[in-house]
Design a protein around this ligand. Sequence first.
Ligand SMILES: C[S@@+](CC[C@H](N)C(=O)[O-])C[C@H]1O[C@@H](n2cnc3c(N)ncnc32)[C@H](O)[C@@H]1O
Length: 399
Amino acid sequence: MAALWRRGYRPCVLCQSTISVNRWQSTAANPQAAADFLQGAPHRKHPGVTALKTVSLPEELQRAALASIHGAAVSGLADRARRLTNFLWSRKRAVEDSALREKAIALEKTLLEREKEKGRDGDIHLLETRIKKKVLTALRKTTYHWTPLRYNDDLAVVYLAARLAGGYAAVRRVLNEVKKRDPSFTPQSLLDFGSGVGTVLWAVRSVWGEAERESVCVDSSAAMNSLADLLLRGGSDREDPLIKQVYFRQFLPVSPKVQYDLVVSAFALSELTSQKERRETVLTLWRKTNSFLVLVENGTKDGHQVLMEARDAVLTGKDKVTFDSRTPHMFAPCPHQMPCPKLAQEPYLPCNYPQPYRPLPLPGSSDRAVERFSYLVLRRAEPEQEAERSRRRSWTGLG
Ligand SMILES: C[S@@+](CC[C@H](N)C(=O)[O-])C[C@H]1O[C@@H](n2cnc3c(N)ncnc32)[C@H](O)[C@@H]1O
């Protein structure tokens, strides 16, 4: 059992207890069931084990990425890639205007009280101006300054060098879990929001193969879209792309009429400017989901919080007009709809997972690295269908 948890079957504290209780009940009722189910295979072969060994990029993708990087000849690439990695990992969400206003009001009140205590009389206007200045200076010093990233041609190549292999490993690991827990699912259509260099397209191809599939990649950066297209063409101008039927867009279409079997957003929600924008985007992505919505972010506190916001938005968000009567169900990492118990802990530690991978072989890079990520998978399904799956999951570990 210990090996099972170590190899990646790691739902949160709440789920661990739920599943172990259920497993105990079913084994007690039918002692032979668990053994029969594994048919004598070791626990590492348990279907609940979804972690992968060290993930390598597909050969064609690695070749295309190296050709594109060499072709672009960006100066100081290694240093810029290292700085971009650090910047993205330490990035927090922008402070909301309402939170900033509250902080300013509280600070103003404290400073005014302090002045009152000193008992100084004087011009009230002058005092107010002085306090306002002090409040602004304090806010400037203590507030995180979020800046948007504009991916131009150079920054897109820096991103490719810095993040392709790690991002691919995380997405591949999450999609592997979807496939393993629902072998009957094969996406015929894909929508990737904030698609960047097309990492998700390649991970989907590795997991589900070359099936007939239409993919729509949405990224506001024209430079990212061109680079993703170049990678599909092997880093050269070959006519025939390695993955077919891929369409690039700069704006997310909002109409719920066209749905996609698989909707993914990897490391992109945290690039949006406000909680309102993230919520609206997630709700649009959900409306466009026919089966699975997969969200992946950095395994940091902020990355995890972005996913918790998204989870709340989908589970509680109600449309004025019902576009699709099937309801959202949590699929992974935790198969329950209750609040995440991690959020109630002090100090709050994000729920994250490590995935080893091989970085792009560029000067100065190591042989092996670990990507730490957080993720969320929601499934659209009829409630009865989900109840049946839940019953099976309680002792088999399958979803
Ligand atoms: C950190 S990159 C992630 C790229 C890719 N998904 C991956 O896993 O490597 C975030 C991407 O989101 C894009 N982006 C940011 N704001 C966006 C928006 N409002 N609409 C579409 N794309 C956006 C950026 O241009 C960038 O390419």
